[in-house]
Write a protein that binds this ligand. Structure first.
Ligand code: NAP
Length: 251
């Protein structure tokens, strides 16, 4: 099967690429660094030619609602149009558990993405997952004001990216399924504690205060809105196991 992974050089995307290749698929990793801009649409039709399935793991690093919505609207619309032109039979999108219960900030873009996919003409599957363990590293890098780092207050049940990637490839190999069963990690964690533990594990400890992000986006992060429901599948990889794999690295 020929699988194009949009965002195939990213955190989730590169694991999807590796897993799909291990299973013997013909895999193309699509990103700006490989010459294709999904936001402008330049080069997209060529990149998707002969693809059976597109797995969308594109991302934009922002908390701003407008920026997020613009990115996910543009990239999703361009992907779906190009898929329609070249006859791709299945679009698989990676989304976030309960993003539609908190359509604010970054999640605004995820809700827009899901809506375009479900209303589009390309048969689809959407997999919603909780935050990755690596979200601790992403927040460590992104959450700072000048030299000061902080950790957003958030209740989360993080999941191992390897388990997300395996599930995405399972779904890509199967027929379009609509909304797939949500996938979460094995247990609830505090994002602030995760960020601090990540900093210590990579030799960059120090004072990292837990800060409530403002507005409805921040409230949804704190009040448990983003936690999985009882019907979600639960993976087995824990945050502690992920941390142990870092052992002094600066991942
Ligand atoms: N991080 C989490 O905890 C988490 C949890 C649940 C769901 N998700 C979802 O998982 C998806 C992937 O997140 P991630 O953290 O793995 O992303 P990431 O590491 O930021 O990677 C983003 C990928 O998108 C590519 N990209 C960005 N803009 C592009 C453009 N205009 N055209 C083509 N490629 C572009 C990047 O490559 P270039 O920069 O080279 O273009 C990169 O390959 C997102 O949709 C996110 O909402 C994330």
């Amino acid at each position: 099967m020929r699988i194009v992974v949009a965002g195939g050089t990213g955190l989730a995307g590169r694991r999807v690429v590796a897993t799909a290749r291990e299973r013997g698929h013909d895999v193309v990793a699509l990103s700006r660094s490989s010459g294709t801009d999904a936001a402008s649409g330049a080069g997209l039709r060529d990149a998707l030619t002969n693809a059976d399935v597109v797995v969308d793991t594109l991302n934009v690093a922002t908390l701003d609602a407008r920026e997020s919505e613009e990115f996910f609207r543009a990239t999703t619309a361009n992907l779906l149009a190009a898929e329609g032109d070249v006859g791709v039979a299945h679009h698989v999108a990676l989304s976030i558990v309960n993003c539609d219960r908190a359509p604010y900030g970054y999640y605004t873009g995820k809700v827009a993405q899901e809506s375009l996919v479900t209303q589009g003409e390309v048969p689809w599957t959407i997999l919603r997952v909780t935050q990755f363990h690596d979200f601790a590293a992403q927040m460590f890098t992104q959450a700072r004001v000048g030299p000061l780092r902080f950790a957003p207050r958030m209740r989360t049940q993080p999941v191992a990216i390897g388990e997300v990637a395996a599930r995405l490839v399972d779904l890509a190999e199967a027929a379009p399924a609509g909304r797939a069963t949500d996938l979460a990690g094995p247990r609830e964690e505090s994002l602030a504690a995760m960020v601090r533990a990540y900093a210590r594990a990579t030799g960059r400890g120090g004072w990292i205060p837990a800060v409530p992000l403002p507005g409805r986006f921040g409230r949804a992060q704190r009040d448990g809105t983003m936690l999985p429901g009882p019907d979600a599948d639960r993976g087995t990889g824990t945050f502690g196991q992920w941390l142990a794999t870092l052992s002094g690295s600066r991942a």
